[in-house]
Design a protein around this ligand. Structure first.
Ligand SMILES: [Fe+2]
Length: 427
């Protein structure tokens, strides 16, 4: 991964598809996301947190070269000088180009990066076809999970870049939305109380930050049946939420003052429209609010007389639910209002997809967590400071990438990801 988060190492690769066909399908999805984008679109970097699309295309390929192909001492990179450009933050494999200056890399050209991807695809496919190698399979699976994380980042970074363009261009035309009905009433559902097991169950791929599975104590609590909507968040804004210091954590209030925040990122000041990957769009009142920081999610929850769920509460509620929802595969690329046909299990709605849900939990290691040896282990623990956990995936998360135990994390001031709110409360 790249941003202020980890590239976690694989713990389990069981039940994964280790075929060359699967590898090529996931890799091709990244290129499919770039269809219709020009070289200029894929070069721009709008802020230090975001990366150019071309950089994502090259970095994900470099990852396979560094951690898969170079296991063979006979492998020779076609562009060894690019190692410096496309290493993100792997200090143990060498120095790297400054992150805020990735948008200056007009060379290599987009065509050269495409050729590099093709070289990597062919070389990795050849290894996979060659035979049964569990270590190879696990590393390729990690590389594909990494690829999927960058698929999401490619879209969130592109959205921010397009938003910075006064033309407010559209990435894709909006797919017709599900019919909006009367809003689903917000209800609080009782959660499990007592000792629960959380973390990876060992049934498939998991990043190491999801391990080890362990016990946690849950006090009496409840969790909201659905996500907070634009209409509800508008009430918070109109009620002076951004002007009431008592609602905010100290760091959050300082950020509001410094940045001049008055509404979510991408909203217009009239609170009637927002920028989307389909261009400017009327704000859908019943769609989940998104592009919020942790500070805003926390302040809203306080205003609402509630709190954010902890990650253990969220995971316990999500356990056993089918992984379905408005994920990348639906190709809306934007949170959607609930329809009458929305799927629910045990009354819970929108647990997967639409928006990553900020939790009340700081991103720290689970009890017994052990970083893996080697360069891949470099990333597992070093980001476990100053960030908060998000759960559930978003409208730009590939469906096969998300699971109940998945822990995403961002600094509390980050807003450019599709992040929103599910409320919780003590009972
Ligand atoms: Fe990365």
């Amino acid at each position: 991964m790249d941003r202020h988060r980890t590239m976690n190492a694989p713990i389990v690769a069981a039940q994964a598809d280790h075929s060359a066909g699967h590898f090529l399908r996931v890799r091709q999805k990244t290129m499919d996301l770039c269809a219709g984008l020009g070289a200029e679109d894929l070069l721009v970097q709008s802020m230090p947190d975001a990366s150019p699309g071309k950089w994502h295309l090259a970095h994900t390929s470099w990852f396979f070269e560094q951690f898969v192909l170079q296991r063979d001492i006979g492998y020779r990179s076609p562009h060894p000088e690019w190692h410096y450009l496309f290493n993100s933050y792997y200090q143990t494999v060498g120095p790297m180009h400054a992150r805020p200056q990735r948008g200056l890399l007009s060379r290599p050209t987009l065509d050269e990066v495409r050729s590099y991807r093709q070289h990597i695809d062919a070389a990795v496919s050849e290894l996979l076809v060659r035979g049964n190698d569990p270590e190879l399979a696990a590393l390729v699976e990690l590389g594909l999970q990494h690829e999927q994380q960058h698929q999401e980042l490619l879209l969130t970074d592109l959205k921010h870049a397009f938003w910075c363009n006064p033309l407010r261009p559209a990435y894709r035309k909006a797919i017709a939305r599900a019919p909006t009905t009367s809003p689903e009433p917000l209800r609080f559902l009782a959660g499990c109380e007592g000792i629960v097991d959380v973390g990876d169950r060992g049934a498939g791929f998991a990043f190491d930050n999801e391990t080890p599975r362990h016990r946690e104590w849950l006090s009496a609590h409840a969790i909201a049946n659905r996500l907070v909507t634009n209409a509800e968040y508008t009430d918070f804004v109109r009620d002076g939420g951004y002007r009431a210091p008592t609602l905010w954590l100290s760091d959050g209030w300082a950020t509001v003052q410094r940045e001049g925040w008055q509404h979510p990122l991408y909203w217009q000041p009239d609170l009637a429209s927002e920028f989307t990957l389909a261009g400017m769009s009327a704000l859908e009142p019943h769609a989940p609010v998104c592009h919020l920081s942790y500070f805003e999610a926390d302040a809203f929850a306080r205003w609402a007389g509630a709190r954010l769920p902890t990650e253990a509460e969220w995971e316990t509620a999500a356990a056993g639910l089918p992984i379905s929802g408005n994920l990348m595969d639906q190709r809306h690329f934007h949170p959607q209002a609930l329809s009458q046909h929305s799927e629910t299990t045990n009354g819970l709605l929108q647990m997967y997809g639409d928006v990553w849900e900020w939790t009340a939990s700081p991103y720290v290691s689970y009890p017994g967590f052990k970083p893996l040896p080697g360069s891949l282990g470099e990333y597992n623990g070093k980001f476990m400071c100053g960030q908060w956990v998000l759960r559930g995936g978003s409208c730009v998360t590939p469906r096969e990438h998300i699971r109940a135990s998945y822990r995403n994390f961002f600094p509390p001031s980050a807003r450019w990801q599709f992040a929103g709110i599910r409320l919780g409360r003590d009972e």
